[in-house]
Design a protein around this ligand. Structure first.
Ligand code: NDP
Length: 328
C-alpha cells in the first residue's frame, strides 16, 4: 500500500479551507487511490476553529484520510510536506496602501517559504491561493533558495475555469469541448483571458463566437471581475469555486494535461512571451510527468500583446515594491 502524501494547508480554518479540506480527504486532490495526511497551519487565534474542522473531518470517516495535524508554527507544518496549499493571507482592507498589504503578506509568505526550504520533501509542490497570489508566490520562492523555482506556482485556474464557463454559456458547447483557453499575467483585474488560440469542438473559438465585441466588452471583463460579482451576489468571497480550482490545479500538476489541450497557471517566467524572467505570471502550460511547461511559440496578436504587457507591468510593479520593502 502507498504511503500517505503529506498535504499542508494554510489558513485551514477559513472559508476556502472549509470548502477544500473535505474534498482533499475525499481524494479529489491527488486521486481516488492516494491516501493523504493533512497538516493544517493556522494563526494561533484560529487554531481552535481548525480543531473544530478536524473534528468534522474525523466524523466523515474518509477512507483515504491517514491523519490530521494542526500547527501554528510554519516549520513544523511544512516538515515533510509533499504538497503545500498556501491559502491564508492578509486581505486588503479598506484604506490599506499597497505597501502595507505587501509588507503584511511578506511577513507571512517569507517565513513560509523559509520553512518549506528547511523541511519540505524533495518533491514539494506549492500552490499559492492567498492574494496577491502571484507576488506572494514570488516572495515564498525567494525565501526558498534550495527548492527549484518551478515548484512555486500561483492560482489562475479559477480564472481559467470561469473563462470556460462563460464561453460554454455563450456558445452552448459543453466545457469538455473547449480547449486551449489561456489566462495571462496577474491574478487580478488586469489579467488577460485569451481566446485567440482556443477551440470549440476543434474549431477556432473566435469563429464560433463570431462577435469580437462580445469577447472584448463582455467576456474579458466578466471573467476578470467575476470575484467582485460573487461578493455582490453572495455577500462573501467565492470559496467553493476557489477551492475547486485549487484541487484542479494540483490534480493537473500531478496527473498531466490531456493531449492537445493546456491549462493556465502562474509559473516562474523563463522570459517567454516578453515576460521578465523570474516573475510568477500566468501562462498557458502543459503538464507531463509532473513537470509544468510553458506552451512555446504561440503567435501573439497586437491586442493580446497590449493586454499581456499591461498585466505584466503590474507584476513588475509589485515585484519592485517588495524589493524596495526588502521582502525579497
Ligand atoms: P478565505 O479562505 O476566503 O480566503 C483566503 C485567501 O484566498 C485570501 O487571500 C483570498 O484573497 C484568497 N483568494 C484567492 N483567490 C480567491 C478567490 N477566487 N475567491 C476568494 N478568495 C480568493 O479567507 P478567510 O478570511 O475565510 O480565511 C483565511 C484564513 O487564513 C483565516 O482562518 C486566517 O486565520 C488564516 N491565516 C492563516 C495564516 C497562516 O496560516 N500563517 C496567515 C494569514 C491568515 P482575497 O482576500 O483577495 O479575497
Amino acid at each position: 500500500t502507498q504511503q500517505p502524501v503529506n498535504v499542508t494547508v494554510t489558513g485551514a480554518a477559513g472559508q476556502i479551507g472549509y470548502a477544500l479540506l473535505f474534498r482533499i480527504a475525499a481524494g479529489h486532490l491527488l486521486g481516488p487511490d492516494v491516501p493523504v495526511r493533512l497538516r493544517l497551519l493556522e494563526v494561533p487565534q484560529a487554531v481552535k476553529a481548525a480543531q473544530g474542522v478536524a473534528l468534522e473531518l474525523d466524523d466523515s470517516a474518509f477512507p483515504l484520510l491517514a491523519g490530521i495535524d494542526i500547527h501554528d508554527d510554519a516549520t513544523a507544518a511544512f516538515d515533510g510536506a509533499n504538497v503545500a496549499l498556501l491559502v491564508g493571507a492578509r486581505p486588503r482592507t479598506a484604506g490599506m496602501e499597497r505597501g502595507d498589504l505587501l509588507s503584511a503578506n511578506g511577513g507571512i509568505f517569507g517565513p513560509q517559504g523559509a520553512a518549506i526550504n528547511a523541511g519540505a520533501a524533495d518533491d514539494i509542490r506549492v500552490l499559492v491561493v492567498g492574494n496577491p497570489a502571484n507576488t506572494n508566490a514570488y516572495i515564498a520562492a525567494a525565501a526558498a533558495p534550495d527548492v527549484p523555482k518551478d515548484r512555486f506556482t500561483a492560482m489562475t485556474r479559477l480564472d481559467h475555469n470561469r473563462a470556460l464557463a462563460q464561453l460554454s454559456a455563450r456558445t452552448g458547447a459543453p466545457v469538455t469541448e473547449i480547449e486551449r483557453v489561456t489566462i495571462w499575467g496577474n491574478h487580478s483585474a488586469t489579467q488577460y483571458p485569451d481566446l485567440s488560440h482556443a477551440t470549440i469542438g476543434g474549431r477556432p473559438a473566435l469563429e464560433v463566437v463570431g462577435d469580437d465585441a462580445w469577447v472584448r466588452d463582455t467576456f474579458i471583463p466578466t471573467v476578470a471581475k467575476r470575484g467582485a460579482a460573487i461578493i455582490e451576489a453572495r455577500g462573501a468571497s467565492s470559496a467553493a469555486s476557489a477551492a475547486n480550482a485549487a484541487l484542479d490545479h494540483v490534480h493537473t500538476w500531478v496527473n498531466g494535461t490531456p493531449d492537445g489541450d493546456w491549462t493556465s497557471a502562474g509559473v516562474v517566467s523563463d522570459g517567454s512571451y516578453g515576460v521578465p524572467e523570474g516573475l510568477i505570471s500566468s501562462f498557458p502550460v502543459t503538464v507531463s510527468g509532473g513537470v509544468l511547461t510553458i506552451v512555446p511559440g504561440l503567435e501573439i496578436d497586437e491586442f493580446s500583446r497590449g493586454r499581456i504587457d499591461a498585466s505584466v507591468a503590474e507584476l513588475v510593479e509589485e515585484r519592485d515594491a517588495v524589493r524596495a520593502l526588502g521582502l525579497v
